[in-house]
Design a protein around this ligand. Sequence first.
Ligand code: BMA
Length: 310
Amino acid sequence: MSLVDRYGENPILTARDVPYPVATVHNAGVVKHEGRYVMLFRSHRHNGRSIIGIAESEDGFHFQVRGEPFLVPAVEGPFAEVEEFGVEDLRICPMPGEGYLLTYSGYSRHGVRILLARTDDFRTVERIAAISQADMRNVVIFPRKFNGRYARLDRPHSEISPWSIWISYSEDLRYWGDSKVVMKPAPYHWDALKVGPGATPIQTERGWLHIYHGVFSTMDGAVYRLGAALHDPEDPSKILGVCDDWILQPEDPWEVTGYVHNVVFTCGAVPEEDGTVKIYWGGADTVMCAGTARLEALVESCLTDSRSPM
Ligand code: BMA
């Protein structure tokens, strides 16, 4: 039995739904804000550089795209240099009492770095700081502080320890440190090449559920799948279990074929009051898809039949 039930009318959003010229719609952060779902999705412009659009929905499946993008690369001021080649793969962290923290990749001639911005209403957005050096992608902030500090999962890369998931802490969201590796690719396994943060972690009774992406290298290129890991409720640097199997792999035609084939990639999942979670993923870097899972079943899958995090 599969853990994630694909929505019957995938893909839920494509470039055809966007009222300005874009080539793709993918890798979106999603939250529920004042009872409505808000999706901040990435699109390639026809010049190959990415921007972030915004779409809204009553039911989490049927989205209406706003006429104007939400975030485009800054052309002046301190962020122009960091965002010159595009902004990508935004995650939304609802931080109680502090609005929504947004983390995204900024590409430039200096490499890829993570930027932090903030919004209260998804109408205006305030850029705060570049919060990593190059090269860093895929940062998710936990939607709660631990002993007075913010915590994030990040993904530095080095030849000695390739594409692993680390944790870092901050008192002010700008300066991060006390970093420690928490999870590495497993040798000759579906996530053997890379692991990286996916959706903003979700609080459950038994810990923080993190839906991550894992990559396997084949003679036909990389295959991107989704997996699940459970972090200790009070000490997120401790992983209680990682599900040995993937929870989602490219299967539908729009996941297998597209701008980059064989990719399912998540930047957002929305927990519901009935114990389910809506998971959103980009299919083949071209369209947005959605599915539903039971949180308890995902948590269980991390604790039974688990692989070692390192
Ligand atoms: C990763 C990122 C993602 C993308 C994936 C598959 O390295 O660039 O944005 O979805 O590759 O192309």
